[in-house]
Design a protein around this ligand. Structure first.
Ligand SMILES: [Fe+2]
Length: 312
């Protein structure tokens, strides 16, 4: 039987030898394999998210909230990193949800909701053989479980729900409540917090939920709500609301397009209102385009807090 100590020693030795190869120049151009694997997973998650034109920035926001909550609840730097990456990847399984269901503007039928509910299991299948799959499995597979056992896919309850899943479940719900949907406007932070407060112990983990309430009351979360990156608010389409994601490198005067109505705008600055350009998007204008700089920043942070210390 392989002991835990041996496994830890083995993992550590593997990591150190990989890093040694990297720093000794055997792998000069490309970063070590785990770094690239993680980058490709986040890019994939970005493209899956882009299938739903109303949820731009959701992964970044959930990842950001989850990191804040993990720290507030006293998790270690390493665990906060795992939760943060898990937050970015939690909806990977939505790749298998049909467009007609994913993009439906009205209330879902039971059958359609059953199709949505397959996504944690699809995510688990996708990650089952992935070298980093085990790290984020809880986030992907169990983020819709509830303390009262009424969640899915397993109907776990109470302390059987992994910590990362409980944290991401709260952040996911908070972001859904404070974001616009085709059929409703996003609600104010205070209202979303009061809904979390009312459902502690039933829908939301009590301990982490209380920590999130403290966070929401102590800090202004509006720098994350309706944003797609640090300091980058979603750009507002006149007809469809805040749907347009711009990157840090987007320059004033650039053409941007609403992913919902495909209407064109001229970007006039992060805090300004985009001007309608009269253009209509072609396929290339609205193709899913992962923000490589943002993803590299998140993966880089993970590398600093989780992987690099192993090399010391
Ligand atoms: Fe989900």
């Amino acid at each position: 039987m392989v002991t835990r100590q041996f496994r830890q020693h083995f993992n550590r030795s593997m990591m150190i030898s990989r890093l040694a190869n990297y720093f000794l120049g055997k792998n000069e151009v490309a970063p070590p394999s785990d770094y690239r694997l993680l980058t490709s997973l986040l890019s994939l998650a970005w493209v899956v998210e882009a299938r739903d034109p109303y949820t731009g920035g959701h992964l970044w926001r959930v990842s950001r909230f989850a990191n804040m909550l993990a720290r507030k609840a006293g998790l270690s730097d390493k665990d906060a990193w795992v939760v943060s990456i898990g937050g970015f990847l939690h909806d990977l399984g939505k790749i298998a949800v049909p467009d007609a269901v994913l993009k439906k503007a009205d209330r879902l039928t039971d059958e359609e909701f059953a199709a949505i509910k397959t996504h944690p299991d699809v995510g688990r299948t996708l990650l089952a053989q992935h070298p980093l799959g085990a790290v984020v499995l809880d986030a992907v597979y169990s983020h819709h479980e509830r303390p009262d056992g009424k969640g899915y896919p397993q109907g776990l309850s109470g302390s059987a729900i992994p910590r990362a899943s409980a944290i991401i479940g709260i952040c996911d719900a908070f972001d859904a409540m404070t974001s616009n949907r085709p059929y409703r406007k996003g609600m104010p932070v205070e209202q979303a917090l009061s809904i979390i407060a009312k459902n502690l112990g039933t829908q939301f983990d009590r301990e982490f939920g209380e920590a999130f309430l403290q966070l929401g009351r102590a800090e202004n979360l509006y720098h994350i709500v309706e944003h797609s990156d640090e300091g980058i608010p979603l750009q507002r389409c006149f007809g469809c609301g805040p749907t347009m994601v711009v990157k840090r490198e987007t320059t004033v005067g650039a053409s941007i397009f609403c992913p919902v109505c495909h209407g064109g705008y001229t970007f006039t600055g992060l805090l300004a209102v985009p001007e309608p350009s009269g253009k209509l998007a072609n396929a290339a204008d609205i193709q899913a385009d992962p923000d490589e700089e943002l993803i590299a920043r998140i993966v880089g942070k993970a590398w600093d807090t989780y992987l690099a210390p192993l090399a010391r």
